[in-house]
Design a protein around this ligand. Structure first.
Ligand code: ZN
Length: 468
């Protein structure tokens, strides 16, 4: 065995048991008691052994709003590994007129030679013609089995109208793909933003007024209706609002195969945290917006009941200096996005398992298994089992950590959780049997380019249960 992990407690979405793991050729080869022979032996006594975390929503080196997100595939995936993440699914944004396959090879080029952990892609679809719809099967063949449509961002090439969304849903059904939506009503956001700016309400705190709960809930409801009309599924990215969640819950209760993810910024942060902080509030600007504190409990309830299936970071880092500052005189020019890939799952563990909101098994489901199953990576990823990739996190549930920008690894000049004390943290992050992170240090194995492209399986709507 190349690596043996001894004395730990293995936790999957279904089980929790004491066992040793033997790893060979990058895979879990043996799960047994009393393993001793290994080139390297990690003593995991007192620790939990989780499947490597999966972040199904990231934006590394994304050109957006006149700048480029500050983490590239190297700094972003190295930060991910330090937070226990061993797989990301990033958004390949197709340029208008570009074929899907050309867009994909352009994004693969960005990641190859840089990514430290394994990666797959979704494709974000701009307003497209029927000729491009016909290319969806070729992208599915290449391993991209989910397509995201922006109902927001009116006036940009990303904005998708209802006819196009419906055609994408029909096409996705035909070729085995999962349609995804960024659900905010782009027309309403556009009108409200213009009105606020015209009234001189240009500070960051007005961003939230330009994107009300109702604008999100309406778009979620519409996307669900179109998916049901098309007889297919839809996955709603970054659900932030209790009203949007209610739309998902209602549809799922009536048997619709619709899914939703939420993000740490909506679970842990609130409008009240930045409303009075002047332009510093730009650090919190993302879309949908971070909402009032009373909204958080609704999202936690969605995670507990299974009406939300996944947690993703939507990691899209922009420096405060020079990038967020582009919107100093107008909140509509603040690049939308927050960093969070490294802190997401330790925060979820501390506030979720630590405070009794979710069980250990549910934590694994939300941090790994659900994303693997939704996005065609299970059981290669998303569980601890013989034959699965040895993507593992040795996690000390008692370790006390204070989050600080200067000790985190993202290429960004702030942390939204500066000074937060959390309990529980990764001690080792292991990707295909290689230790990338050990007791607070990035190892030399975590080199640029070791990550591999993941060709994902088709979505058939059958692999994921409606209720946990
Ligand atoms: Zn996003």
């Amino acid at each position: 065995m190349e690596l043996v992990i001894k004395n730990g407690t293995v936790v999957t979405a279904n089980d929790c048991y004491k066992a040793d793991l033997g790893i060979s050729n990058g895979k879990v080869a043996v799960i047994a008691a009393g393993l001793t022979e290994g080139d390297e032996v990690i003593d995991a006594a007192g620790c939990l052994v989780f499947p490597g975390f999966i972040d199904p929503h990231t934006h590394m080196e994304l050109p957006f709003m006149g700048t480029v997100s500050s983490d590239d595939f190297f700094s972003g995936t190295r930060a991910a590994a330090c937070g226990g993440v061993t797989t990301i699914i990033d958004y390949c944004i197709q340029a208008p007129g570009e074929t899907f396959v050309a867009a994909l090879s352009r994004w693969k080029e960005k990641a190859e030679g840089k990514a430290v952990i394994d990666y797959g892609f979704h494709i974000a679809v701009p307003m497209i013609g029927d000729d491009l719809l016909d290319q969806m099967p070729a992208a599915v063949e290449a391993g991209v089995t989910s397509f995201k449509c922006f109902l927001a961002y009116k006036g940009t090439p990303l904005h998708i109208d209802d006819a196009t969304l419906y055609k994408i849903i029909e096409k996705a059904k035909g070729c085995g793909a999962l349609p995804m939506v960024h659900a905010e009503n782009g027309d309403i956001v556009d009108i409200l933003s213009r009105q606020l700016v015209a009234e001189g309400k240009v500070q960051p705190k007005y961003h939230v007024l330009s994107r009300p709960h109702e604008a999100e809930a309406e778009a979620v409801g519409r996307a669900i209706a179109l998916a049901r009309l098309g007889g297919w599924s839809v996955y709603v990215v970054h659900v932030s609002s209790r009203l949007a969640l209610a739309k998902l819950r209602e549809a799922r209760d009536s048997g619709a195969a619709v899914y939703g993810e939420t993000c740490p910024q909506y679970l842990f942060l609130a409008f009240e945290d930045y409303a009075e902080s002047g332009f510093e509030g730009a650090k919190y600007i993302c879309s949908p917006p971070i909402r009032e504190r009373a909204n958080q409990d609704h999202l936690w309830s969605g995670l507990r009941t299974g009406d939300l299936q996944a947690v993703a970071s939507d990691h899209c880092a922009f420096n405060f200096a020079g990038q967020k500052e582009m919107g100093r005189d107008d909140f509509t020019r603040i690049p939308n996005g927050c960093p969070g890939i490294e802190t997401m799952f330790p925060l979820l563990f501390s506030a979720g398992v630590g405070k009794g909101r979710i069980s250990l098994n549910r934590f694994v489901e939300l941090s790994s298994t659900a994303s693997a199953r939704l996005f065609g990576l299970w059981p290669q990823k998303g569980t601890v089992a013989v034959g699965s990739d040895a993507d593992l996190v040795v996690y000390d549930p008692q370790k006390e950590t204070t989050l600080r920008q200067k000790t985190l690894h993202s290429s960004v000049d702030y942390c939204l959780y500066e000074g937060w004390q959390i309990t529980g943290y990764p001690v080792y992050t292991i990707s295909r049997g290689e230790v990338l992170y050990r007791q607070g240090q990035v190892t030399p194995v975590a080199r640029a380019g070791r990550g591999r492209y993941l060709k994902r399986r088709r979505w058939n709507g059958l692999e994921f249960p409606l209720k946990p």
